[in-house]
Design a protein around this ligand. Structure first.
Ligand SMILES: Cc1cc2nc3c(=O)[nH]c(=O)nc-3n(C[C@H](O)[C@H](O)[C@H](O)COP(=O)(O)O)c2cc1C
Length: 190
């Protein structure tokens, strides 16, 4: 029996970006199963323009030192207490998915590939939500840092478009209201 079966609508409107996690690890099989389903995202010419670097178990320790290096400016000058405080935002998610997309030299293909990968990320977020796992798509500047790219194994011609933090959480953030749909729609010809 499936005990996680939100309707598509409920998943879409109830999902929130989770920015405060409770430290509970995300099981590798859960994460792999979410990714296995998420790749059914539409993508032009079936280029499947994505690959993933994930961390959710013992490899997290190694990732933390990379995130400390690139995500905490001047960490060496910080007190142990301050460093611990700043590292919390990296150490409380239960897992990470870095989404890597080819940067096609042709603009149309490059935009299509980014669009397709964005749909995939939405899939991941909704599928995770359905399992009680929160997530947040993060785009810290260091994703483009050549040394960080090297640490992740990103190759020339690839871009790391998302640091997706995933994990369990205790508090549900309040929804951020969207514009009224009337503001966004023009009936053709009016
Ligand atoms: C492309 C993209 C980049 C984002 N980058 C960040 C980020 O760097 N840091 C962050 O806290 N949230 C980031 N977010 C999450 C948004 O802040 C969040 O989706 C928005 O506040 C709406 O909240 P909701 O997802 O709960 O509806 C990003 C979302 C998208 C789609």
């Amino acid at each position: 029996m499936i005990d996680h079966a939100l309707t598509v609508r409920d998943a879409i409107i109830q999902r929130r970006s989770i920015k405060v996690f409770n430290g509970q690890p995300v099981e590798r099989e859960n994460l792999l199963s979410i990714l296995e389903d998420a790749v059914w995202a539409p993508n032009h010419q079936l280029r499947e323009p994505w690959r993933f670097v994930i961390a959710c178990g013992k490899e997290l320790e190694e990732l933390y030192s990379v995130l400390k290096e690139f995500g905490i400016p001047k960490w060496k000058d910080l007190s142990e207490e301050e460093l611990e405080k700043q590292m919390k935002k990296y150490m409380t998610p239960g897992g990470y998915v870095f989404v890597i997309v080819p940067e096609d030299a042709r603009q149309k293909e490059r935009l299509e590939d980014y669009a397709a990968a964005s749909m995939l990320i939405q899939n991941v977020q909704l599928l995770a939500w359905d399992r009680g796992i929160g997530s947040c798509w993060k785009t810290p500047g260091f994703l483009d840092n050549p040394k960080f790219r090297e640490a992740l194994g990103a190759k020339t011609g690839e871009r790391i478009i998302s640091m997706l933090q995933v994990g369990y959480f205790d508090e549900m953030p309040k929804p951020k209201p969207r514009k009224n749909i009337d503001e966004l729609i023009t009936i053709f010809g009016e």
